[in-house]
Design a protein around this ligand. Structure first.
Ligand code: M6R
Length: 613
């Protein structure tokens, strides 16, 4: 949530900062701003609205200077407005010479604000962030050194931060600090960048330094200096970005969401590449860093995540229980981190996260680690905080996901969980031939998803009906129950139509009260062991005059007759049904939102990675 980009070098900073913000805009997009330092002067430009508003402003009022910081905001304290946009100025009235951008939340901002106001500092915004700017300005009055001033202030802050600071008295210097909110340094030649996400620095350099919590950095065009709050100077650890920034370009697609939906056949190829062994009829997941001997002793698995990642985890629960016969519990990360969930040495905890930066997921990982329980991660973003803090895990290799609505990451998570189920199963009772069936199934998944995507023209007409719905019920059983939850989440978050997902048979225990012509029911009813029971539930809705949309197996002769719209998916082994049934639901959400003219890739109030609690 929120994005930071900083630059110091010999090029004009404003263009680089705005281009970087564009790459991070999906993380928060209610206002943006920048500060450049030029000839001992600060130039501040900020605007409510999207980054293009800031860009227009800079066209009219250029901001010179080859050093600066910038920010795209997701509001926490104070609404989206020009004044609440970052950067914030620090200093006493008329002398403000310092600008700051902040990601995160300062929990003790109210008491700090009172203290500063009593000393004569005047606040321009309603944000919690502005207190940090004034605190640093006050410390700067004493020390005269920006790096030292930032170091003096950090212990006063309770909460989380990723910071970028510049001062008119320190041209060419950008100071950054991290606690609970990611920051990365881009290492260039004669220039350096600071960003909350490597995507912003990737077009300029492949060399990066990921800051750790408690670290403070000062960047000049020729130097990087890092210190830890408690441990003192730290030698920079240079990593390489091994993905290409252009992969996230929109190409001919109208939105990232539809691009990412259509990428899913390749997502499956990438998630399974090099991880399937026909010879042993198993999966190879070396990144778990656990020996087969240790894994054989495991008696229970806990899967933790938020939103779509939690839904993928629920699919994982069905897969692991079915294939590996291990009990699995799925927990919302936000609940897990504050519950005293019993964990023992025979329990494996996995945190699932596309971004690897979700505050609740990270909190859950840290809580499990703190209790001495080695925790593993299933993460997409390489080098993200969760990936670095986990004791091992599996990368999704789904490439950058830009649309706020997660689609291809779900597919990759389900694929990785199927691989995990296969691996754990083969370490136990699963026979060679049953293992080989799963290998075959996973190898056939990309082609089947390609087939499933052909449903798009029919989905477009179903979207006409959904667009005018009062509410929508998504119903699925067994492996498809989590897919129903995911379909409802997708529709709600990008079309703003209330939607609810339930296990199909739960409908009669309450949700059936919603059934009428204006509240369609979307049934997930492909051929599987519970098919005929699902038909009975569909009849119950029809008997009450309900509008029925079904996702079923191509060639089904019964379902089309029971449905107002029938959305076919190819016939497939049961374990692949979540990957296939989710496709029409993702498309349905997309085309409904399109019809309603919603801002699909940047739905209101949301952000791609939720880095606040
Ligand atoms: O990056 P994560 O997987 O940790 O994100 C978790 C949720 O915030 C995320 O899945 C969210 O629910 C999406 N907007 C759903 O489309």
């Amino acid at each position: 949530m929120c994005g930071i980009v900083g630059y110091t070098g010999s090029r004009e900073a404003a263009g680089i900062l705005v281009a970087g913000l564009r790459r991070l805009e999906y993380r928060g997009y209610d206002s943006s701003g920048l500060a450049t330092v030029d000839a001992g002067r600060l130039h501040i430009r900020k605007r409510a609205g999207r980054v293009r508003e800031l860009e227009n402003l800079i066209h009219r009022q250029p901001a010179q200077g080859s050093c600066g910081i910038s920010h795209t905001r997701w509001a926490t304290h104070g609404p989206a407005s020009d004044t609440n946009a970052h950067p914030h100025l620090g200093g006493r009235l008329g002398t403000a010479g310092l600008a700051l951008v902040h990601n995160g939340v300062i929990e003790n901002h109210a008491s700090l604000r009172r203290e500063l106001e009593a000393e004569g500092f005047v606040f321009a915004s309603e944000t919690d962030s502005e207190v940090i700017a004034h605190l640093i300005a006050r410390a700067l009055e004493k020390t005269g050194d920006l790096f030292t001033a930032v170091q003096l202030v950090l212990p006063m802050l309770e909460g989380t931060y990723g910071l970028g600071v510049v001062s008119q008295a320190h041209p060419g210097l950008v100071v950054g600090a991290r606690m609970g909110s990611p920051l990365v340094v881009g290492v260039g030649e004669g220039e350096h960048l600071l960003a909350s996400d490597a995507a912003a620095v990737a077009p300029h350099t492949r060399q990066v330094v990921y800051l750790e919590d408690g670290e403070i950095v000062q960047l000049t065009p020729g130097k990087i200096e890092i210190a830890h709050r408690e441990r003192g100077p730290v030698a920079p650890r240079i990593d390489r970005i091994d993905w290409h920034p252009d992969l996230a370009e929109l190409g001919h697609h109208a939105h990232y969401m539809i691009k990412e939906i259509r990428e899913q056949p390749m997502t499956l190829v990438d998630a399974c590449r090099g991880r399937l062994s026909r010879r042993d009829a198993t999966a190879c997941l070396g990144g778990l860093n656990l020996s087969p001997r240790t894994l054989r002793k495991i008696r229970r698995i806990v899967l933790v995540g938020c939103g779509t990642s939690a839904h993928a985890a629920l699919v994982g629960e069905y897969l692991i229980e079915r294939i590996a016969h291990l009990p699995v519990e799925v927990e919302y990360a936000s609940e897990f981190r504050y519950r005293n969930a019993p964990l023992d040495e025979r329990t494996l905890v996995f945190v699932l996260s596309q971004s690897g930066e979700t505050a609740d997921a990270l909190g859950a990982l840290r809580e499990a680690n703190r209790r001495g329980h080695p925790t593993l991660a299933i993460v997409n973003t390489v080098g993200s905080t969760i990936a670095r803090e986990a004791r091992g895990g599996v990368y999704l290799h789904a490439g950058q996901e830009v649309g706020v609505a997660s689609t291809k990451a779900f597919a990759a998570q389900v694929a990785v969980l199927a691989l995990l189920a296969l691996y754990l199963g083969r370490l136990r009772h699963l026979s060679f031939s049953d293992g080989l069936d799963i290998v075959d199934a996973l190898e056939s998944a990309p082609g089947l998803i390609e087939e499933a995507l052909k449903v798009e023209p029919i989905v477009k007409s179903a979207a006409e009906q959904i667009a005018t719905a009062r509410t929508v019920l998504y119903l699925g059983r067994d492996l498809l129950h989590p897919v129903a939850l995911e379909g409802a989440l997708k529709l709600t978050e990008i079309s703003y139509i209330p939607a609810h997902g339930y296990p199909t048979a739960e409908m009669k225990h309450g949700p059936i009260a919603l059934v009428d012509r204006d509240s369609p029911c979307v049934f997930l009813a492909p051929r599987c062991s519970l098919y005929s029971k699902t038909l009975a539930s569909i009849e119950e809705v029809r008997a009450r005059g309900g509008h029925v949309i079904t996702v079923g197996t191509e060639g089904d002769r019964v379902l089309p007759g029971l449905s107002n719209t029938f959305l076919p998916i190819p016939d497939a082994p049961e374990i692949l049904l979540p990957l296939l049934a989710v496709i029409p639901l993702q498309l349905l959400a997309y085309h409904t939102a399109l019809k309603l003219g919603r801002d699909i890739d940047k739905p209101r109030n949301l952000a791609k990675s939720v880095t606040v609690e």
